[in-house]
Design a protein around this ligand. Structure first.
Ligand SMILES: Cc1cc2nc3c(=O)[nH]c(=O)nc-3n(C[C@H](O)[C@H](O)[C@H](O)COP(=O)(O)O)c2cc1C
Length: 354
């Protein structure tokens, strides 16, 4: 698809993002290595995995988990995302994220995981606008002015009219509290990942807010053309690529090419893919340890295998590997430098989420 609109560079508060197609927060994935690889492939902004306020408050520098707060010098702007139940703890957690060096603080009102909802966190807040707005107010108050505060929401807790009213109440509360942007995932909390993300809802949200706050869209962005199409169809200010970016950082460079009215670049050759996978592995070894990296890299390599013409065979191999040497052996044997790759099929996740 050729874009027929000029993409406006994105700013969030006083942070200049630029290209409005960015990388979403992805628990279990968007760690320093994935974010840095995305940045190197054209993502103008990335978000870390969601962190619990309680976890942040208990964290010490020596702990094994401190990598959650690691930021590479080449990363900024990078967003830190926060989840919690109590307004007071929440804002204390936000301070920790600012101290760690995150450039934007994002509040999570979207997580649909049962355990999270049961503890009144994440998407649960969409059912209690007064508490949700209190969290946004307090977070905005405690974080210094130069750091923008944003929020991620699903389009409601469910499909009821009340859920819709609550969404808009929180949206207006976010504007009043001085937030800089809202990311809207066009699925309900109840829907989890089943069925399509409702893009029409994003148009309604944009019409409702006008220029009072930036709106980023999320949901079903699996190819380079999808992000541009979402901006074009809905009039929103930017989009966050989520599942479509796992094992496919090329989605960002491809999006940039399409936005510049250039042809879609060919899929990365197997040699180019292997280079990026090796780079990702090395970053993971540095971030965690050489011992932990292989198990962490498995899930990424499984996703990278989608770019290989014989993806089913390659995927099956990656699921069993235990050491860097074993991964290297597969790359040496099955990723010859000049062999073309394939585009990740656009319906890969759509099929899984139906
Ligand atoms: C494995 C996984 C982890 C996620 N973790 C987060 C998270 O930590 N914070 C967040 O705001 N959204 C999270 N999301 C939601 C995504 O950012 C995104 O809104 C959602 O996947 C819809 O986009 P998609 O259909 O293009 O994947 C996660 C989604 C997945 C699949």
């Amino acid at each position: 698809m050729k874009p027929t609109l000029e993409l406006k560079p994105l700013t969030i508060g006083n942070v200049s993002i630029g290209f409005p197609i960015v990388q979403a927060a992805l628990s279990g994935y968007s760690d320093l290595p994935m974010r840095l690889i995305a940045r190197r492939h054209g993502a103008s902004y990335t978000l870390c995995e969601v962190m619990l306020d309680q976890f942040l408050l208990s964290l010490t520098k020596r702990q094994k988990t401190k990598h959650f707060l690691d930021i590479h010098p080449d990363e900024p702007p990078v967003g830190g995302q926060l989840m919690g139940a109590e307004p007071e703890q929440f804002s204390a957690g936000a301070v920790k994220l600012v101290e760690a060096g995150f450039n934007i603080i994002d509040v999570n009102f979207g997580c649909p995981v049962k355990k999270v909802l049961g503890r009144c966190r994440g998407g649960f807040h969409l059912s209690q606008p007064p508490v949700a707005i209190e969290i946004l107010r307090r977070t905005r108050e405690i974080v210094r002015d130069s750091i923008p505060v944003t929020v991620k929401m699903r389009r409601g807790i469910d499909d009821s009219n009340q859920a819709r009213d609550s969404f808009f109440e929180i949206l207006d509360g976010a504007i009043d509290a001085g937030l800089a942007a809202v990311t809207v995932h066009g699925r309900t909390v109840k829907q989890r990942y089943n069925g399509p993300s409702r893009w029409n809802f994003l148009s309604e949200v944009k019409q409702h807010v006008g220029d009072r706050i930036k709106i980023l869209g999320s949901g079903d962005l699996f190819s380079a053309a999808d992000g541009l199409r979402m901006i074009q169809q809905t009039g929103i200010d930017g989009v966050t690529i989520a599942r479509g970016a796992i094992g496919n950082p090329w989605i960002f460079s491809q999006s940039r090419a399409l936005a510049a009215d250039a042809p879609l670049p060919p899929p990365p050759t197997l040699g180019e893919q292997a280079d990026v996978m090796r780079e990702h592995f090395s970053l993971s070894e540095q971030t965690y340890s050489p011992e932990r990296a292989p198990m962490i890299m498995r899930k990424f390599y499984i996703k990278y295998s989608q770019n290989h013409p014989e993806h089913e065979i390659i995927r099956a191999m990656f699921t069993k590997l235990r050491s860097r040497e074993e991964f290297e052996a597969v790359l040496d044997k099955h990723y010859p430098a000049d062999r073309p790759g394939r585009y990740v099929p656009n319906d890969l996740y759509r099929a899984q989420s139906e």
